[in-house]
Structures are given as C-alpha cells and as structure tokens.
Design a protein. Structure first.
Length: 634
C-alpha cells in the first residue's frame, strides 16, 4: 500500500497535478521574446546564415520553376499532336527534358549544401548555449541546488537545448524555404490566372484559425513534455547514482516501477502531442483538396464563357491549366509541412522557456561592486550577531557571536542539526547571512570577491567528492602544484603508501566519485587537496569521521603540524581532534550556548560535558582495557 501510494504521488508530480518545486522557476516567455533571444545565438554566424538564405532562395526557385518547363513541354507535345508543329521541329522537347534533369540535380546539390551549413550553425549555437548554461550553473548559489533535483537540471542542459538544435537544423530551413517557395508560387499563380488565384486564397483564414488553435494547444502539451522528460532524467540519475543503496535494500523492483511511472508519463504526453500534430496534416490536406475542387469547377465555368482572341486567358491552354493545378498542389505542400514545423517550434518554445529561466536566474551570492580582490588573509575570523535561515521563519543560526584569533583553532560541537556545517557554509559564503556580519581580518566577507575569499580557504568535507580522473589530478585540483609537491603533501598526511599500492600509483584513475578508493582513502586525498593550496584558514567538517583508527593516527600528527600557523575551524566528534583545539564552541539548535577550552567546558558540566561522556567515555574505557591487557601479557 505504501509503495502504491508513493507511485501515485510520483505520478501526480510528473503529470503536474501538484506544483513541482523544480518547475516553479520556469517562466512562460512570449514567442517573440524567445525567437529574439534565440537570434542572439545566431548572430556570430551571420555569414553562414546569409549563405543559407541565398541557398534556400535559389533552391525555392529551382523547385518551383520546373512547372514552367513542364508546361512548355506539354504545350510543345500538344502542338505536335495537333499538327501545328512538324515532328522534325519537336527536338526542343529533348532540351526541356535536359533542363528538368539539371534543375533536379541542382536542387539536390543546394539541399545538401543547406544541410551542411545549417548543421554547422546549429551545432555551434547548441555548443554556445550549453556552454553559457554550464557557466551560469557554476555561479548559482547553493540555495539554487538545494531546491532542485540534479536530473532536472541536466535535462535543461541536454534535452531542452536539443529542442533548439532540432529547430535550427530542420525547423528554420523548412520555414524559410517554404515561405520563399510560397512567394514564387503565388507569383506564378497570379501570372496564370488572377481569378483562380483569388479562389485559391478564399480558404486562407481557415489555415490561420487551425494554426492558431494548434499552436496554443501544442505549447501546453510540449510544456508538459519537457517536464516529464526532466523527471525521466531525474529517475535515471538517481537510479544509477544510488544503485548500491537500491541493491542493499532490495528495492530494484520499486525503483523500476518509479522509473516506469515517469517514463509512461513522458510517453503519454508525447502521444498526445503526436495525435495533435497528426490531425493537422489531414485537416490541411482536406482544405487543399477542397480548394482544388473549387478550382476545377471555376475552370469549367470559365471555359463556357466566350473569350475574345488575344484576351490572354490561359485556361483555353491545356499546359497552362496543368501547370496551375501543379502549382496549387505545390502551394499547399509547404503549408502542410507547417504542421511539422509547429511541432518543432512548440517543443523549442517549451524548452526555450526552461533554458532562459535558468539563464535569467538571479545569482544570489555574487561580488559587490568594488569588492576587495587582493587581500592577503591574516586569519582572524569573527562572527558578530549572525542569524541565518534556509526557510523563512525557521532559523538555523540564531544571533551567534564568536571570535577566532589568527593562527588559532576552534572546534565546533553539538547534536546533529545544531548548525555546525551551516556555520562554515556562511564563512565560505556558500550562503549569505540573514543579519549580522562575518569578518575576516576585520573585513566583511561580503566586501571581498568570492575568489579572494575562497582561494585562501582549505575545506575538507565529511563526504569528499573525487572526479573521474587520476589520484594525482584529484589532489592537484584547485592548485598548480608540481608532481613533487603532490607527493610531498601526500607523504605529510600519510596517504603516499596506499597511493603507491594502487595499480598505477598516482596515475591511477579513481573512477566516478572515487569509487575505486575506500571512504577513508577518499578522505585522505581530499585532505591532501585542501592542504596543497596552503590555506590561510583550514576548515575540517567531520574530516576524520570516515577514517579507521590507524589512518586517523597517521593523519593526526599532520593535523597538529599544519594547524600551528593557520586558523583552523574543526567540526568533529573525535576526542583527539577536539581536545587539541584552542577553543571549543558548543551549538544547540543554532545557538551558541557554551564557549571555552576542553577543561573549562568539562568543569561547567553542561552540554559539552554530556556529549563528552556520551561520545568519548567508551573510547576511554577501551583504551584503559587495551592498556590493562597489554600490561597483563608482559
């Protein structure tokens, strides 16, 4: 029952019955705005676009003009059959046939060239658009990612941009080519018979009504289609990333069902879109054949009229009548293709709204005008009446004030959810304080550039992220260190031996997220990476929590050595790390309730003493037992 309820909830989210937080930022831009903004990405390729325009114009003429050649051939053949032209003078038919062949060969060459240039333009514009989106995503704050699923962000960069690519590869050439073809066709139709041309255009308003109805409905359907494919990306990303957890809890069947729900929702939405687009073609064809019927009736009516010689009424000429009918068929062919174009452009509009919503997202954490870019930190940190919340009305940090002298260490302890990690997130300006100030050397961190601030911080997180690259490059990440410096820092923290034991040593590729390494080994690599930048302020967020006792022992000496001449902020539960800190800050529900040295806080017999007894008493008992055991065996 629980599984079924969850699947129904997922289906509601996918189909949009409930507001999806990932889609709340999507703005619905007018079509003209989307086209104008898309044109900005075409501007750098105007020379190639002009070549495409020339090719399409020539090709439109090449496709339409053979009707004239065919009319001439029919006229010549008719004269020969009526005896008005001797058979010996009918050789012009060979020339007309050769012209037709040349025109069709030229059309093939022009179409091929058009595909090449439009492919060049669309690939470059797609590259530019994806590059701009990725750069924008690099600058958006943590708050943006807190509210969105990774799969849906990926969908915008990959799937939604692909809709723009398809529009420029197929949609725009189709629209331009068909529009120019229609202009040529209309000119020839009027030249043959203005009266019948007027009859042909009688149903024009019907096309506009159908197009208007389709475009509005299609936009809604394709908006939903972009949402459902984003959910498919999300389920796929979670399924792959969380595969070990899925297997560990034997949730393979439920995971497959959840993906099935998202996948079916996308399929059903696309079927709706397909049905809508499939209905447009027959409607256009029906209107077109209705017009042809009117043309035939009108032509028969004109044939019954007495027309004086030399009046120029072509409909006493079989070749002209056939040419007119062929032109009418050609006229409705490109209009019929607008159904395909509208399918592409509505998908592109839906994707474009999601793309530009991301590009227009406000960057919350950014440099102030005139921010300090060259300050060399001394390392003194001060929190002054700092308050912060992730959700309005639910405070996470409440009026915290603490001073950390340069080249001293501060340990932060407290229950889970007390605000420890938020404390260092604010110092790093991953978020900005709601009120109060965070000062480094007396300078508000908001008055420094992000680069100036973060380049002088070294951060080791509880769950380090390693890239799919070599051990060496993962350690070098964020610095320009030499290979010798990498080896030196690895030896300093005790990582050298396990690295050399790997298949290719420092050149071993650690696979995605460092899965080749144990959690403790990944932590050591992350620690080496942080130390290599020689930070002025070192931040350890549960940095040793994933290490075994032996690895921690190797690392502890390095920690003591490197924290001597730099400011250190340490979130940890291990006794060895906390006891060596100059000061300890105790947080509880976002408030600073205790502050002092290890001995001072134990003497107060407050929360810290309680945590100490709970977390470290067992460790003391274990050490005493080990010591007694060792003494007994001697």
């Amino acid at each position: 029952m629980k599984s079924g309820g969850k699947l129904r909830r997922i289906r509601k989210e996918v189909l949009g019955d409930d507001a999806d937080p990932d889609e709340r930022d999507v703005r619905h831009y007018p079509s003209t705005v989307l086209l104008k903004r898309t044109w900005r990405y075409l501007k750098p390729y105007i020379p190639q676009f002009l070549v495409v325009l020339v090719i399409i114009t020539i090709n439109a003429f090449v496709k339409v003009y053979p009707v004239r050649i065919l009319a001439s051939a029919i006229d010549t053949a008719e004269k020969v059959m009526d005896g008005r032209l001797p058979l010996s003078e009918a050789s012009s038919l060979y020339g007309l046939g050769f012209q037709l062949m040349l025109f069709y060969c030229l059309s093939w060459a022009l179409t091929t060239s058009n595909h090449y240039f439009m492919g060049y333009i669309s690939q470059h514009t797609t590259f530019d658009l994806r590059q701009e989106m990725f750069i924008k995503l690099q600058h958006l704050s943590f708050a943006y990612y807190d509210k969105r699923k990774a799969g849906k962000i990926m969908s915008r960069v990959l799937s939604d941009v692909e809709t723009i690519h398809n529009l420029m590869t197929n949609g725009f050439p189709m629209l331009l080519g068909d529009t120019i073809s229609i202009v040529f066709i209309v000119y020839l139709l009027i030249d043959y018979s203005p009266e019948l041309t007027a009859i042909t255009f009688i149903v024009g308003p019907l096309f506009f009504l159908v197009t208007s109805f389709v475009s509005k409905r299609a936009r809604r359907i394709y908006d939903k289609s972009r949402q459902t494919i984003a959910e498919v990306y999300t389920k796929l990303e979670q399924g792959v990333s969380g595969m070990k957890t899925t297997m560990a809890f034997t949730r393979e069947e439920q995971s497959a069902q959840e993906f099935d729900v998202a996948n079916k929702a996308n399929m059903e939405t696309n079927i709706q879109a397909g049905k809508l687009m499939a209905s447009v073609g027959p409607i256009f064809q029906t209107i077109g054949f209705g017009v042809l019927s009117l043309v035939f009736v009108a032509a028969f009516f004109f044939l019954r009229q007495e027309v004086p010689p030399g009046s120029g009424n072509y409909f006493f000429d079989t070749s002209a009548f056939v040419a007119f009918i062929l032109l009418v068929l050609q006229f409705y062919s490109p209009i019929n293709q607008l159904a395909t174009f509208y399918s592409q452009i509505q998908a592109a509009f839906a994707g474009g709204s999601r793309i530009f919503s991301t590009l227009d997202e406000e960057i919350e954490i950014k440099n102030k005008t005139g921010a300090i870019a060259d300050h060399v930190m001394g390392g003194r940190v001060e929190f002054k009446n700092v308050c912060f919340h992730y959700v309005e009305g639910i405070p996470v940090i409440k009026d915290v004030s603490v001073s950390i002298p340069a080249r001293s260490s501060l340990a932060i302890v407290g229950y889970t959810g007390a605000g420890k990690t938020t404390f260092i997130n604010l110092l790093c300006r991953f978020y900005d304080v709601a009120s109060g100030q965070i000062l480094v050397d007396g300078i508000d961190v908001r008055d420094m550039t992000l680069s100036c601030l973060r380049k002088q911080l070294g951060i080791v997180l509880q769950h380090p992220f390693l890239f799919t690259d070599t051990v060496k490059e993962n350690i070098r990440y964020g610095s320009s260190a030499t290979d010798e410096e990498i080896v030196a820092v690895a030896k300093q923290i005790g990582a050298h031996d396990f690295i050399m034991a790997l298949e290719n040593g420092y050149d071993t590729v650690v696979r995605e997220r460092g899965l080749l390494l144990s959690q403790g080994q990944r932590q050591l690599v992350s620690f080496a990476r942080a130390l290599l930048v020689n930070p002025k302020i070192l931040i350890l967020d549960e940095a040793t929590s994933s290490l075994d006792s032996y690895s921690e022992m190797l690392l502890q000496k390095a920690i003591e050595e490197i924290t001597k001449d730099r400011t250190s902020i340490i979130i940890a539960h291990r006794l060895s790390t906390i006891r060596n800190a100059d000061k300890i800050l105790v947080l509880d529900k976002g408030e600073a309730i205790e502050y002092g040295t290890h001995d001072e806080l134990l003497a107060k017999d407050g929360l810290y003493a309680k945590l100490y007894k709970l977390q470290f008493k067992d460790l003391e008992l274990t050490r005493k037992a080990d010591a007694a055991s060792s003494a007994g065996t001697q």
